[in-house]
Ligand binder design. Structure first.
Ligand code: LIP
Length: 270
C-alpha cells in the first residue's frame, strides 16, 4: 500500500494535467453537452474529456483501485482504495468563464460513501490561478507547498461564511431563506459556486466557515480533507459525517457557534 504522501503526489500530478486541459478547453470556448438533474445542472464536453484524462491516468498508475467520477460514474477496484473525482467543480462558473472552478481528486479507503470512507489524500487545483491545494491524512494541508492553517477564532458577527445552493429552484429558495436568517448574524456571506474551493478557502483562511446542503461526494471529498488537515472541524447533519444532507466546516471555536444555527434549520428539513 502506498503512503498517504505518495497518494497525495499522484493526485496532484494528475490534477495538474487535468487542470491544464480544462484551462485549454475553456480558452477554446465551452459547449454544453447535456443537462442532468435540471436545466441549470449542466455538463460540458470538457467535463467529460477532463474526467476521461483523469480516469486513464489513475488507471495507469493505480490499476487495482476503484473510481467514482461525477461524469463517468463508479468502477469497482480490488485494492480497497477508490479515487473520487470531480473533473471540473464549479461547472457553471466554468461555462460562464468565472475564474473560480477546480479539478478535485481524492482517494479514499473503504466504500465510496462519505458516511463510511476514510480519506487518505487529495488535491484541488484551480486551472486559472494555478493554485494547488493538497493534503494527506496526518500530513497537513498545503497551498503550492506552503503549509495551510485555518483562521484563528472570530466572533460569529465577524465571520465571513461561504455557502452554496442546489440546482433545484425550490431547494434553492429554501436554502436562501436560511441565508436570509443568517446574514445579519455574521460579517457577510459569499457564494463562490465551487465547493472544493470553498473548503480550500476555509483551509487557507480566505473564509472563516462554509456550509452547504446537497453536495455530491466528489464535490467535497478532497476539499474536506484539506480543510481538516488545516485545522477545521468538518461535520454533517446531526451525527452524520459530512455529506449530501449537510456539510459544515470551520475552525473549532467558530464551529461551536455556527453549527447549532445551521443544524436547527437543516435538521427540520424534510
Ligand atoms: C457545484 C458545487 C457548489 C454548488 C453548486 C454545484 P458542480 O458542483 O461545487 O458548491 O453550490 O450548485 O453543485 O455541479 O459544479 O460540480
Amino acid at each position: 500500500m502506498p503512503s498517504n504522501a505518495e497518494l497525495r503526489d499522484i493526485a496532484l500530478t494528475v490534477a495538474r494535467r487535468a487542470a491544464d486541459l480544462a484551462h485549454l478547453r475553456r480558452s477554446e470556448g465551452v459547449e454544453i453537452a447535456a443537462s442532468k438533474s435540471s436545466l441549470t445542472d449542466i455538463v460540458t464536453r470538457a467535463d467529460r474529456e477532463v474526467e476521461h484524462l483523469v480516469r486513464e491516468a489513475i488507471a495507469a498508475s493505480r490499476p487495482r483501485d476503484g473510481f467514482l467520477g461525477e461524469e463517468s460514474g463508479g468502477g469497482e477496484g480490488t485494492s480497497g482504495l477508490t479515487w473520487v473525482v470531480d473533473p471540473i467543480d464549479g461547472t457553471v462558473n466554468y461555462f460562464y468563464g468565472i475564474p473560480a472552478y477546480a479539478v478535485s481528486i481524492a482517494v479514499v479507503e473503504g466504500d465510496a460513501d462519505p458516511q463510511t470512507w476514510t480519506t487518505l489524500a487529495g488535491a484541488v487545483v484551480n486551472p486559472v490561478s494555478g493554485e494547488a491545494f493538497t493534503a494527506s491524512a496526518g500530513g497537513g494541508a498545503r497551498l503550492n507547498g506552503r503549509e495551510l492553517h485555518v483562521n484563528g477564532d472570530v466572533p460569529l458577527e465577524l465571520a465571513l461564511v461561504g455557502t452554496g445552493f442546489g440546482y433545484d429552484a425550490t431547494i434553492r429558495e429554501r436554502q436562501a431563506a436560511f441565508v436570509a436568517q443568517l446574514i445579519g448574524k455574521v460579517r457577510d456571506v459569499r457564494r463562490i459556486g465551487t465547493a472544493s474551493l470553498d473548503l480550500c478557502n476555509v483551509a487557507s483562511g480566505r473564509l472563516d466557515a462554509y456550509f452547504e446542503r446537497g453536495l455530491n461526494p466528489w464535490d467535497h471529498a478532497a476539499g474536506a480533507l484539506i480543510a481538516r488537515e488545516a485545522g477545521a472541524v468538518v461535520g454533517g447533519l446531526g451525527d452524520l459525517q459530512a455529506g449530501a444532507e449537510l456539510l459544515v466546516a470551520a475552525p473549532p471555536a467558530l464551529y461551536q457557534k455556527l453549527n447549532p444555527l445551521v443544524q436547527d434549520y437543516y435538521s427540520a428539513w424534510r
